[in-house]
Design a binder for this molecule. Structure first.
Ligand code: FMN
Length: 305
């Protein structure tokens, strides 16, 4: 029996026991005690025990999990494995409650051996395939809806007006933005949606932080500056850098600085999500935008509730 067969057989046996049957201690015959598993970008590592725990977690979500080893290629002390896993999602996974959907994920594992034991593995898999199977993202085309109807619906939704800003290597950049929302309070997270055609968009993509200034009722002129294009926007208004460097509009009624977390491509826009790192607000009334017009909220009648 050659060395190749020995390693491949060992790996097949340990994987079947661990992934398909939940007998994770079978991995002790394959993985060195100093084993390190690397997934995706540098930094995301697991040791042998953490890897075993993660197999248990996956098997709790997909109790009928089956992993097919589709191809094994050996080169010196390296072994490359192309694999495909299938299972029905019947337990919570990645915060997603059970969908009862069949899920299929394909990937590749590159193992480095030291003698008979794997000391290091790099794992890569198609995460979009998994997210789609779980119903977290949908890439299949949807039924078309008349864009004018959709626009009409948005005109019924009243918002404030923010100026989303960033410091682009010493150059302040920003645009008017009403696609702003709170995501969560604990941790404090928000999102903004910015069209890819905006001149501010490339700077936001490069940035680590962005600023959000909620305009006050007397700042219609500021809204107009930032709703238009121009390299001199910040020369025409008064602003101050925040604690994290994002330009914040003076006289606005509330201000946030956000450490950008994700940049999600969605249609013609990028959704920037992030964690709030500084916040302040005062008693000024906000500027209101609805039905294509701007309003001063202090002229509206509060309803009893
Ligand atoms: C009330 C209001 C809200 C807006 N909201 C957004 C928005 O949420 N996202 C966006 O990309 N553009 C939005 N815009 C349009 C941009 O502000 C506008 O396209 C601006 O010219 C972009 O500037 P820039 O190209 O210099 O970045 C809004 C405009 C107005 C008047």
């Amino acid at each position: 029996m050659t060395h190749t067969l020995d390693r491949t057989s060992l790996l097949r046996f340990a994987w079947r026991a661990a992934w398909d049957q939940g007998r994770v201690d079978a991995l002790d015959d394959l993985l060195s005690p100093t084993y390190v598993r690397r997934r995706g970008p540098a930094g995301a590592t697991q040791n042998r025990d953490q890897f075993k725990d993660s197999i248990h977690a996956v098997r709790q979500a997909f109790p009928d999990l089956r992993t097919e080893i589709e191809e094994v290629v050996e080169d010196g002390d390296r072994l490359a494995v192309r694999w495909r896993s299938t299972g029905r999602h019947t337990g919570p996974f990645l915060g997603v409650p059970p969908t009862r959907r069949p899920v299929e994920v394909s990937g590749a594992t590159f193992a480095r051996f030291d003698g008979p034991a794997v000391v290091e593995e790099w794992v890569t898999f198609d995460s979009r395939q998994m997210l789609e199977a779980l119903g977290i993202i949908t890439t299949a085309p949807q039924a078309a809806v008349d864009p004018d109807l959709v626009r009409g619906v948005h005109r019924k939704f009243t918002t404030g007006v923010t100026v989303v800003t960033t410091d682009d290597d010493g150059m302040p950049r920003g645009l008017a933005c009403n696609a702003f929302s709170s995501i969560s309070l604990d941790p404090p997270m928000v999102l903004v949606c910015v069209q890819r055609g905006s001149a501010t968009h490339p700077a936001l993509h490069r940035a680590s932080h962005l600023g959000i200034s909620v305009l006050a009722a007397d700042q219609l002129d500021v809204a107009k500056v930032f709703a238009a294009k121009g390299d001199d926007k910040f020369a025409r208004i008064s602003w101050t850098p925040g604690a994290f460097g994002a330009p914040l509009i003076d006289g606005s009624c509330a201000q946030l600085e956000v450490e950008i977390g994700e940049r999600l491509e969605a249609g013609s826009h990028t959704v920037f999500t992030g964690r709030v790192v500084s916040a302040r607000h005062d008693d000024l009334a906000p500027l209101v935008y609805g039905g294509g017009g701007f309003f001063d909220i202090s002229h509206t009648a509060p309803l009893p509730w």
